[in-house]
Ligand binder design. Structure first.
Ligand SMILES: Cc1cc2nc3c(=O)[nH]c(=O)nc-3n(C[C@H](O)[C@H](O)[C@H](O)COP(=O)(O)OP(=O)(O)OC[C@H]3O[C@@H](n4cnc5c(N)ncnc54)[C@H](O)[C@@H]3O)c2cc1C
Length: 464
């Protein structure tokens, strides 16, 4: 330990841990980042298959994800993502009769600035996946949803679907509209999702700033976007990164802490624990946070992606959503996988399933065959194209399970030891488990740990 520069150990090299490490370094601390895997990036990673880069699952962000975009800038990756000029989601349902055309509705905000929520009024009036009565009834929910107070604890006492039903929304409206947003953002359908988390998503993304829901995605593999860029940024900031460094526990020691693992022992003035909720309880010293042995009750919800490569382009949009079909969202991953896109050239689609626990038990080849058989009902050209490759990725513990009653299990950054703080997308960020929540938690934990340890600091932000 240096007398002049505090030493912070950050445990976990996901987005929360990386953000915490960079923030601590920017605040003038000496930082050691300990990650049990052989790479950085946590739940966002990539691998090679058939000469292409495959992500473990499609990741998107919204324009309202301020801190995530700060993070991209901080690691020098802002140019590696694409953000829509304005929200535009083609929503496709299968043809009502055999031989007919799929039906497409666009959820799009207008080019001229219209205040929220009127910016979506035009799209919703024309939203052909809902009957006229359901479209007219949307207003019964939109206004009260805007007015909900997110700091009201009773919001975490019921499901979003129960609240929607009380506000005039039919099961058809939940399935064809509300779940289109709830399922990918909360990673649960409205019938399970806590009203508290769903209300946060809708208020922040769709009912506040009209530009908030413009969708962004990576132009490069996730492993490069986060892992490689972060490794370079951490090195530039002088952060020591130790991979394959599993931490077993943190013990208070003198005025600081000992961070201990099978192959490591690190002394630090302050510690940020940025590991998943089911690991955090065991790493923290006993009694660090109330209910520490119950963090596992946050549970998990899966994401499954079916990756399909066709011999020709079958989808003209960068992304689309499905209704009236089990397929949820489809993304064109051709360029980001390293393939050359273009007419007559192969196209790589990732078909993404959130809230996908029910798919975990199905064999990859069965899932790929099922999706390949269903896709032509939405994209008829896929029925004429040849499928040249397929692959399935399953992330069992993609997010915690944001059902009613989980808010009390999500802890803020502070523990009962000043200088020892918590980060991670599962912590009490107000957001569902997202990249935005992870970055927010990491930065908050960095400030809280250095303030808690009352260490002398000097701000030294490095510009990437
Ligand atoms: C398939 C999929 C799709 C997703 N889609 C989206 C999306 O579209 N948009 C979005 O915003 N979010 C999405 N998410 C969620 C988002 O990826 C996560 O919320 C976020 O990456 C979590 O970051 P984290 O740092 O909190 O946790 P993690 O990424 O889990 O990082 C924790 C790190 O701690 C390490 N660790 C654990 N235990 C120890 C230990 N004992 N010692 C040392 N290290 C340890 C782990 O190896 C890991 O690297 C998706 C997630 C998945 C899996």
């Amino acid at each position: 330990m240096s007398a002049s520069r505090p030493h912070v150990a950050v445990i976990g090299g996901g987005l929360a841990g990386i953000a915490a490490a960079l923030e601590c370094a920017d605040l003038g601390a000496r930082v050691t980042l300990l990650e049990r895997r052989g790479r950085l990036g946590g739940l966002t990673w990539s691998f090679q298959h058939g000469g292409r880069w495959v992500d473990n699952g499609q990741h998107v962000f919204l324009r309202c994800c301020d801190e995530y975009q700060w993070f991209l800038g901080r690691i020098g990756a802002a140019g590696d993502v694409q953000l829509q000029d304005r929200l535009d989601i083609p929503v496709v349902s299968p043809a009502p009769a055999p031989g007919g055309r799929p039906r497409v509705a666009r959820l799009r905000r207008p080019a001229v600035r219209v205040p929220a929520p009127l910016h979506l009024a035009g799209s919703l009036i024309r939203y052909r996946h809902l009957g006229v009565r359901d479209r007219l009834a949307l207003g019964l929910a939109v206004a009260p949803l805007r007015r909900l107070r997110l700091d009201d604890p009773s919001l975490d006492g019921e499901t979003f679907a129960a609240w929607l039903a009380r506000h005039g929304q039919s099961p058809a409206a939940v399935s064809a509209l509300w779940d289109l947003i709830t399922v990918p953002t909360v990673n649960l359908g409205a019938s399970e999702a806590s009203l508290a988390v769903a209300a946060k998503v809708f208020q922040t993304g769709l009912l506040g700033d009209p530009a908030a829901a413009d969708i962004g995605w990576s132009r490069v593999p996730l492993g490069r976007l986060h892992g490689d860029n972060a490794a370079a940024a951490l090195a530039r900031s002088g952060v020591e990164v130790r991979l394959a460094a599993r931490v077993e526990r943190v013990e208070p020691s003198g005025a600081g802490f000992s961070v201990l693992g099978p192959t490591l022992s690190v002394d630090a003035d302050a510690v940020v624990v940025a590991v998943p909720h089911d690991d955090a309880g065991g790493v923290l010293p006993p009694g660090a946070v109330p209910g520490q042995d119950r963090l596992g009750e946050l549970g998990s919800s899966a994401v499954v992606d079916v990756h399909l490569v066709y011999d020709r382009p079958v989808m003209t949009w960068p992304l689309m959503a499905g209704v009236g079909t089990p397929l949820q969202w489809v993304f064109d991953r051709t360029a980001s996988s390293g393939m050359e896109p273009g007419p007559g050239r192969p196209q790589y689609l990732a078909v993404s399933f959130s809230a996908a626990d029910h798919l975990l038990g199905r064999r990859p080849e069965e899932l790929a065959g099922w999706v390949a058989a269903e896709l032509p009902r939405l994209l008829p050209v896929a029925g004429e194209a040849r499928l040249v490759d397929s692959l399935v990725t399953k992330e069992r513990r993609a997010t915690f399970r944001a059902v009613p009653g989980t808010a009390r299990l999500r802890r803020g950054p502070r523990t009962s030891w000043p200088g020892l703080t918590l980060a991670g997308a599962w912590t009490d960020t107000g957001w569902p488990a997202t990249m935005e929540g992870a970055v927010r938690s990491g930065r908050a934990a960095a400030h809280a740990c250095l303030a808690g340890a009352a260490l002398p600091l000097q701000h030294t932000e490095e510009v990437a």
